[in-house]
Design a protein around this ligand. Sequence first.
Ligand code: CLF
Ligand code: SF4
Length: 519
Amino acid sequence: MQKKLLTLHDFGAPGATSFDELRRSAAQSGCSSTGGSGKSGCGSAASQGDLPPDVWEKVKNHPCYSEQAHHHFARMHVAVAPACNIQCNYCNRKYDCANESRPGVVSEKLSPEQAARKVIAVASTIPQMTVLGVAGPGDPLANPAKTFKTFELVSETAPDIKLCLSTNGLTLPDHVERIVAMKVDHVTITINMIDPEIGAQIYPWIFYDHRRITGVEASKILSERQLLGLEMLTARGILVKVNSVMIPGINDRHLIEVNKAVKSRGAFLHNIMPLISAPEHGTVFGLEGRRGPSAQELKALQDDCEGEMNMMRHCRQCRADAVGLLGEDRSAEFTTNKVMEMEVTYDLAARQAYQAKVEAERDAIAGAKQREMATLADETASIKIQVAIATKGGGVINEHFGHAHEFQIYEVSTAGAKFIGHRRVDLYCEGGYASDTGIEPILKALNDCAAVLVAKIGLCPKESLAGAGIEAVETYAFDYIEQSAIAYFKDYLDRVGKSEISHVQRGDADIRQGAFVTS
Ligand code: CLF
Ligand code: SF4
């Protein structure tokens, strides 16, 4: 495998090689992007054997389209699309807000050239970064020139990186052919309604056909354009994920109808996300005090929608400039100033070697899970429990309780262990001391769990968790997550059977809004 050595200054820094030269040099390196046509009908929990080979090629290292992949592979967003052509009542786009983490918020807006430079810098530093997404802070297709220029520069320079975009869908039908031509294999459409009367409560206006349109008419046009765009993409083999924001009191039950509508039009995956709403965001919903759903409400809706098309449950509601694994944020390492100073080595061979290593690790994880499942073969109990996992990634229980920014939540039963969500928390331990917020918010976030499996935990939090009925378990430190969750469940059933413990139905839990930020 040929190794390309490139420096960031090759990307237009003073006195550097031109971007064109860099593109040519990368194009000669012999790698190619993945291709093939997608088929709908499966989802993020699917494994290699569950999907046609061409679809598996597209999703196997996409952290959003494959729940398994999200333990190993990272995505990055570049904020090249500031404008938007509609208004959502849950949106207020902000810049330079490093403490706020939600879609629509970024620290820097980038030109396509700056964005391409940043992608190469990240790809060089983080070999597991496999996907470039354009997701805002406005709508990528309301900024088509910048969005497609960015994709063009990146695909010519780093063709092993998958291209992904996320849109409100209003202008999507106008851009489908270009999306296909650019080999953008993954498109997300945010569809919150198919009933314009409901839409009128979510969208005060759209800008379409050179005019501002309000009320039910606006939502009618938006919905028609979204569904048309979805049909056009799936007919051309593009994998389409539909994002829907669950807004209690407005579209919560209606999303079941949305699910049916998008499923019938070939969507690959449906991602129902909780409303992010707080007065300080300055959004209409935030200012009117509209709440987001609880953990149980969200899960119940996702369960109701789950059928042939699986639900995405591992979304972290990323910022439009997010970098890293879905549960981490490394964007501060890649500001424009830092990127300009970095000497980078775009090493395709190293990236591919990393991915081969991940393949082997995934096989080992799947094998271990299968072996553990065999131990449940004779179990008939109808008990289901939820367990929280402290992990830094890699599919392993490798995080100290006090250092966890989030816990991954698995539902475990005789059917196996299934990822059902994550809970963000403030660090329990800061600089060796318990944080000011204490353990209460963590207890509320994990209240629906019977246990938390950790690499390590101190006596004090362990006792607090026990007091709340949550068992802290270090037995599975550095073991695989799903294998361990099943092993814990087996042990749990044994202890219930021997009346050493009682199985109790746990209560609801808090979902903390937004995604992880470093500061
Ligand atoms: Fe980005 Fe979106 Fe592509 Fe993923 S995010 S454009 S599909 S690469 Fe992923 Fe982030 Fe959720 Fe989006 S976790 S907000 S679903
Ligand atoms: Fe904000 Fe996206 Fe809605 Fe535009 S489409 S208003 S950027 S949430």
